[in-house]
Ligand binder design. Structure first.
Ligand SMILES: CC(C)(COP(=O)(O)OP(=O)(O)OC[C@H]1O[C@@H](n2cnc3c(N)ncnc32)[C@H](O)[C@@H]1OP(=O)(O)O)[C@@H](O)C(=O)NCCC(=O)NCCS
Length: 429
């Protein structure tokens, strides 16, 4: 008797099924989760200083599987995990190793993906394309960045032609310098305005935390410390809820003498991981999975790397154009706060107030951190929670700027939408 390769595999494999004529399928966001974010301190500081990056993403994937026992693990078609630095414990094709370490059958494939800060966002759009195309039914997408173990730019070797041929200026390689350039380009976006925005981010995050809106998305993570033994990370480390405007005004400007970017109005250096489950709408119905958001469309765009923070403007334009929506249709915005000035440039472009309640209702990366490649799914997970709180909102946007001059935008539809206010489809004003 002969055995097929499938039968000899050491783990369950789903037999490929031939489908009928190809149809584009709706893609839904089933669930998302993340580790608490840590401060990526040097010299052993930070709650994840001695915890491996791959263990962070594994914890999130395991938690998603635990929360959804209705998903047979062998039905997961792919694991796409992003990291900006893909070496060491973020290397070795992180999606593949994370899936196996999380206990998925070895038959479930995985890959690694990189678009710097928009890594997880790109994992989502890439997987979504595969689901819409019919190649996959259900998959996991996410990202991890341990900026303590892998400082920004670790191992990078930019081609000397970038500078020699004046393709970019030296500023393009320092994200803080690009943010200073934005202040130059938009002088009305003053440091004071940036500090006020940063303070509100801290305040909104503290309020959301107190109201219990943050903890449900967190996966507690066992942390290792040679000195202190095992610990449990169960809340975000970066927030500074007692921040005042005077504190912010007194901070140094590390990227330029008498500059405007400070540790207070920028996202910090952080460690963390995020992941989500995406499925075709028919697979979600078949397995009885929740639908927390439906993908409407997305866009990516390139801009001058020296002002990378404006990236989300053209990427949002592309996303809107491809979906036939206008910015007025967006009722909730989850914008990554790499730097306050960069969010303000986006809001200013669209004529949205600095403190518009539709924008980052739970605060943002300035308060809770930005572990580069992981942040995109953090935005989505929060938007999903806000959709449930706001059935009057139909569409929401997740958007972020990307190092070396890009923007990334994804538009989602709220499945809880009840047809409330149509003027702006806005959250409570
Ligand atoms: C800005 C940056 C250089 C600061 O790094 P850092 O000096 O290690 O930051 P710290 O957290 O130690 O903060 C520096 C100081 O500001 C203080 N501080 C920071 N935020 C504060 C706040 N909200 N209120 C009061 N003080 C604050 C800290 O207490 C610290 O004070 P100390 O020097 O007296 O200890 C770093 O966070 C950075 O590079 N951010 C951008 C990351 C990035 O580029 N991401 C990619 C985006 S595309």
């Amino acid at each position: 008797m002969t055995t097929s390769a499938t039968e000899t595999a050491t783990s369950p494999t789903r037999a490929p099924q031939r489908r009928g004529p190809r149809q584009v399928r709706d893609v839904v966001f089933v669930d998302g989760a993340r580790t608490p974010f840590g401060r990526a301190g040097s010299a052993g500081k930070g709650m994840y200083a001695e915890t491996r990056a791959d263990d962070l993403i594994v914890a999130v994937i395991r938690e998603l599987l635990r929360r959804h026992p209705e998903i047979p693990p062998e039905r997961i078609d792919e694991v796409a995990i992003a990291a900006s630095t893909q070496i060491g414990d973020q290397g070795l094709t992180i999606g593949r190793v994370a899936g196996m370490l999380a206990g998925l059958p070895k038959s479930v494939p995985g890959y690694a993906i990189d678009r710097m800060c928009a890594g997880a966002m790109t994992a989502v759009t890439t997987i979504a394309g595969s689901i819409a195309f019919g190649a996959y039914d259900l998959a996991i997408a996410g990202g991890v960045e341990h900026m303590g173990r892998h400082p920004m730019g670790e191992g990078a070797d930019p081609n000397p032609r970038f500078l020699a041929d004046k393709l970019v200026s030296l500023d393009a390689l320092s994200m803080g310098a690009t943010a200073e350039n934005l202040h130059d380009r938009f002088p009305h976006l003053t440091r004071e305005r940036a500090d006020r925005y940063a303070l509100r981010s801290q305040e909104k995050f503290a309020k959301a935390l107190a109201e219990g809106r943050i903890q449900p998305d967190l996966v507690p993570v066992a942390t290792r410390s040679a000195e202190q033994g095992w610990g449990l990370a169960s809340k975000d480390e970066p927030p500074r809820p007692n921040t005042t405007l005077d504190d912010l005004a007194a901070l140094k400007t590390p990227f330029r003498p008498h500059g405007r970017i400070t540790a207070g109005n920028a996202a910090g250096l952080n460690d963390g991981a995020t992941a989500c489950i995406l499925a075709s709408s028919d697979t979600a119905a078949e397995l009885g999975l929740p639908v927390r958001m439906t993908l409407v469309g997305y866009g990516f765009a390139g801009v001058d790397p020296e002002v990378m923070g404006v990236g989300p403007i053209p990427s949002t334009e592309r996303a809107l154009a491809s979906t036939g929506l206008s910015i007025d249709d967006i009722g909730l915005f989850e914008l990554n706060e790499a730097f306050a000035v960069q969010v303000l440039a986006f809001l200013d472009h669209y004529g949205i107030d600095d403190d518009d309640p539709r924008v980052n209702p739970y605060g943002g990366a300035i308060a809770l951190g930005h572990p580069l490649a992981s942040s995109g799914v953090r935005l989505m997970t929060q938007l999903a929670r806000q959709f449930a709180e706001h059935p009057e909102v139909r569409y929401g946007l997740t958007a972020m700027c990307v190092g070396f001059g890009q923007g990334a935008s994804v538009i989602w539809e709220n499945p809880h939408y009840t047809g409330g206010s149509t003027a702006a489809n806005g959250a409570d004003q």
